[in-house]
Design a protein around this ligand. Structure first.
Ligand SMILES: [Zn+2]
Length: 316
């Protein structure tokens, strides 16, 4: 009898979860590209809901860096970072045409942190620790920035926020039906069965690697630099890379995959070089803004690897 009741409750719970899933939408944020990223994503929020919060967080970050006099201190470095970003942004239409109209912005923040990110909507930051400690070539810097831009194009933070809400809702429903302790276990296994609660970070990292490397190649940056970049990252001592590498798969296995991806997109790189695309891209590129040191800071920025916290929107 208890067993029957239990089964019944499990079915109820499962139905509720399926209903919850129906309430969200399944989307493809990007085209698959040559690298073939083709995965449906479950989203509870609209892009604009998350972008609004991201803009606020970016504004705060830039404002704080400005008040600490750590914003875009070296014009040469800022120009270099902005130039590379502009070439990459000129290629985003290959994955999603609407991103061409995002209010792209990048700022360099003086900090020992080895970090860089791109928020929802195209707000980016690079920390000088990344440039100084890894002594990055332009190709390698493009690999980092391409990876970050890819996270934003795929809206990974929106997907992550959606999953957190979904998991929270599942636990609430389960608690109501089964009692808290039992519910935790039942829900965990059911959600796992549904295949929606698998670790996202690795999946997201793999997608960002693939799309980022294609963006780089299309922009005329050597895609092989992604391999040397991650080798350099792997060479940093642990206490130097807490933010950036904490969510990344082991550099060894990553190198191999990056190598394969680089070979795949090499023809795009060769074509970009041959057509001297770089110049043309820069000329017609979407404008990428940068705050000027010493002036009133216009806000705008957010990160991808360790971004400022963004308040999740309220689920409607
Ligand atoms: Zn990443």
């Amino acid at each position: 009898m208890v067993e029957i009741l239990r089964k019944h409750l499990q079915w109820l719970l499962l139905s509720s979860l399926v209903l919850a899933l129906n309430a969200c939408s399944s989307v493809q944020t990007t085209s698959s590209g040559v690298v073939g990223i083709d995965r449906e994503q479950l989203m509870f929020f609209s892009s604009s809901e998350l972008e609004t919060e991201a803009q606020k967080a970016y504004a705060d970050t830039v404002k704080e860096a400005g008040s600490q006099k750590s914003l875009n201190k070296d014009p040469k470095v800022t120009a270099r970072v902005k130039g590379i970003t502009t070439r990459l942004v000129a290629q985003v239409h290959n994955f999603r045409p609407d991103a061409v109209n995002w209010a792209w912005e990048i700022n360099v923040i003086e900090s020992k942190e080895v970090n860089a990110w791109c928020m929802a909507g195209g707000k980016m930051a690079v920390y000088t620790g990344l440039l100084d400690q890894l002594n990055l070539t332009d190709d390698e810097l493009a690999a980092v920035l391409g990876h970050e831009i890819a996270h934003a194009l795929r809206e990974h933070s929106r997907e992550q926020a959606s999953m957190e809400v979904f998991t929270g809702a599942a636990v609430t429903i389960g608690s109501a039906l089964l009692g808290l302790d039992e519910a935790s276990q039942e829900v965990v296994s059911l959600v796992k069965d549904l295949g929606v609660s698998l670790p996202f970070s690795r999946k997201h990292e793999t997608e960002a690697d693939a799309i980022g490397i294609e963006l780089s190649a299309r922009a005329g940056f050597n895609p092989m630099a992604a391999v040397s970049l991650w080798n350099k990252m792997g060479g940093l001592s642990e206490n130097k890379v807490p933010q950036f590498l904490s969510t990344h798969p082991a550099p060894e296995s990553r190198s191999e995959h990056l190598q394969q991806l680089a070979e795949k997109v090499m023809p795009l790189y060769e074509a970009a070089k041959a057509a001297n695309m770089n110049k043309a891209n820069t000329n017609k590129a979407t404008a990428v803004k940068t705050n000027e040191a010493g002036k009133n800071q216009l806000p705008a920025l957010l990160p991808s690897e360790k971004q400022p916290p963004v308040k999740p929107p309220v689920l409607k």
